[in-house]
Design a protein around this ligand. Structure first.
Ligand SMILES: Cc1cc2nc3c(=O)[nH]c(=O)nc-3n(C[C@H](O)[C@H](O)[C@H](O)COP(=O)(O)OP(=O)(O)OC[C@H]3O[C@@H](n4cnc5c(N)ncnc54)[C@H](O)[C@@H]3O)c2cc1C
Length: 510
């Protein structure tokens, strides 16, 4: 029998992970990627000898990546080297306070004790809560496809017991009193697009996940990890087509029959897995399909994560006061987050993430130089009407001036290369609805069963993978979503698969 033919739309981490699993299991898989490089948000820019990872930089849960190589009978270590990053983050406040956060419990407690002795006990309580949530929410459920209501009902008692209806911030504040420490232990949800004041407390699990498995950075940058996944996919016989934007998912009698690209050429297939933005998929790619109408309407009403404004820049000097990952808090926290997520205002102040990868891998910058990106969360395009083509340069100048004043002396004179990426670029380049950087916001009523399902209910052969599906954004999230989607597809297409024995136990998804 011919192999079942799969079209994966998009080569983000989720798309690549699913394509690898399917190709390894015997499907004939083609990835269609709009851009000229793989990785989606993990795109790479190379300017004047500097290498800039465009998106994800904090690599956690390495085992979910390792598993992708194992399903193909390979070892990840032969493809890419993951360098440990420790301390994980250096956090800076405008009043001069600074905290180096790592997996060294004694060092963390020492810093807490120095700032607020009463909070040491509270931190321990928070840590054990985060460990419990991690066990229930990540270890048990991260790769669970929540296809039906009963799957949600079955986890409801645990969610209630863990108070998932409360926010990340409120769980932190219940245990920790000091305002700086409350910010330190609640900012993590921003890394997956969630406002700590509205994101379900389940996301405190990130705290435990980082501590348990560490924080890593691939030698050569995140792009090297993407390349490693692509190499593996190709070795398995998979195909990727770049500059190949899909314009339509073709259906016939309620079943997908192929994909059509912008140039009008059609590729017939038995199943389509979209790694593209979920709204874009239902609204544009299935715009003519009446069975998509309900989801289109539902998705139009849902809440999307904030957008981001990014500056990638290289300097002809070094800044040894910075670590690889730097979090820079502004004077306001709750109010600034309100401006970003609800108020729709481009605030005068900012909280920033500053990435300095040449701290871990000097080869990412020319000798004597350093590579950076700085990221400022900003409202998405549905909340704030700004022509970023005009505002971008001004906003970049404000951020750089702020960095120069507080953290990076002489910065603007030392910059040798610079480029920006705005909410409009998220919308245009990545087809991201409202220019959202992380897809649907990770609120309780947009999580698990309430998120976009890995398989569409009304259109046969249509599957989803990536940040818009359970468990959500972040590399571990989308790689786990690929595992969930692969498991469903393998069941749905079991009889079309080759009969020979799987190469490793990982081939059995049941
Ligand atoms: C700046 C930034 C920093 C981040 N930092 C971290 C971090 O440190 N750690 C972490 O774990 N996560 C981080 N994240 C989140 C993480 O990067 C994302 O959640 C994850 O990479 C999304 O993967 P995805 O599989 O959903 O696909 P995406 O990366 O969203 O890729 C989707 C792909 O689909 C393509 N596409 C769209 N429409 C079409 C079409 N019609 N036809 C063909 N192709 C199409 C796009 O071009 C894109 O390549 C960050 C995100 C951003 C934006």
């Amino acid at each position: 029998m011919d192999k079942a033919r799969v079209a994966v739309i998009g080569s983000g981490f989720g798309g690549l992970a699913l394509a690898i699993r399917l190709q390894a299991a015997g499907f004939q898989t083609v990835i269609f990627e709009k851009r000229d490089q793989p990785g989606g948000r993990a795109y790479v820019y190379r300017d004047n000898g500097f290498t800039f990872d465009a998106g994800p930089t904090v690599i956690t849960a390495p085992d979910c990546l390792r598993e992708l190589f194992n399903v193909a009978g390979k070892s990840m270590d032969r493809y890419v080297e993951l360098l440990p990053v420790n301390p994980f983050y250096r956090l800076f406040w405008q009043d001069g306070y600074r905290f180096d956060y790592s997996d060294d419990l004694a060092m963390v407690e020492q810093q807490i004790a120095k700032k607020s002795p009463a909070d040491v006990a509270g931190y321990k309580k928070f840590l054990s809560y985060s460990e419990e949530v991690f066990h229930e929410g990540y270890e048990k459920l991260a790769d669970e496809p929540f296809l039906n209501w009963s799957s949600m009902v079955s986890v409801a008692p645990q969610l209630i017991r863990l108070k998932a209806y409360r926010s990340v911030y409120s769980m932190v504040a219940q245990n920790i009193r000091n305002p700086h420490l409350r910010q330190l232990f609640s900012f993590h949800s921003l890394l997956v697009g969630g406002n700590p004041f509205t994101t379900t407390s389940i996301y405190t699990l990130i705290h435990c996940l980082e501590r348990k498995w560490g924080v890593f950075f691939p030698k050569g940058g995140t792009g090297a990890l993407v390349e490693a996944l692509l190499k593996l996919f190709r070795e398995l016989g998979g195909e990727i087509r770049f500059n190949s934007e899909i314009a339509e998912i073709e259906t016939s009698g309620g079943r997908v029959s192929g994909v059509i690209d912008r140039q009008g050429s059609k590729q017939a297939c038995d199943l389509v897995a979209s790694n593209a933005d979920v709204f874009h998929t239902y609204d544009r790619l299935l715009g003519r399909e009446p069975r998509a109408a309900r989801m289109r309407k539902r998705l139009a009403r849902m809440n999307y994560s904030m957008s981001l404004f990014l500056i990638y820049f290289g300097t002809r000097r070094k800044y040894p006061n910075l670590l690889h990952h730097n979090i820079i808090f502004g004077a306001r926290y709750r109010e600034l987050l309100w401006d970003i997520f609800s108020g729709g205002r481009l605030a005068d102040d900012f909280s920033l993430y500053l990435h300095a990868p040449s701290r871990s891998d000097p080869d990412l910058a020319p000798p004597g130089c350093e590579t950076f990106y700085v990221l400022s969360p900003v409202p998405h395009l549905g909340k704030l009407t700004v022509d970023w083509r005009r505002e971008g340069a001004r906003y970049a100048e404000r951020i750089l001036a702020y960095l120069e004043k507080h953290y990076m002396p002489d910065l603007r004179r030392k910059i040798v290369t610079q480029r920006i990426f705005t909410p409009q670029d998220f919308e245009v380049e990545l087809n991201s609805h409202l220019g959202s950087a992380f897809s649907l916001e990770p609120r309780l009523l947009q999580s698990a069963y309430f998120r976009v399902h890995n398989r569409d209910k009304n259109i046969k052969g249509l599957y989803f993978v990536g940040a818009g599906t359970h468990p959500g954004a972040g590399i571990p999230g989308v790689v786990n979503s690929a595992k969930a989607t692969a498991r469903i597809i393998l069941k749905d297409f079991a009889r079309d698969l080759p009969r020979e024995k799987p190469r490793t136990a990982e081939f059995s998804y049941a």
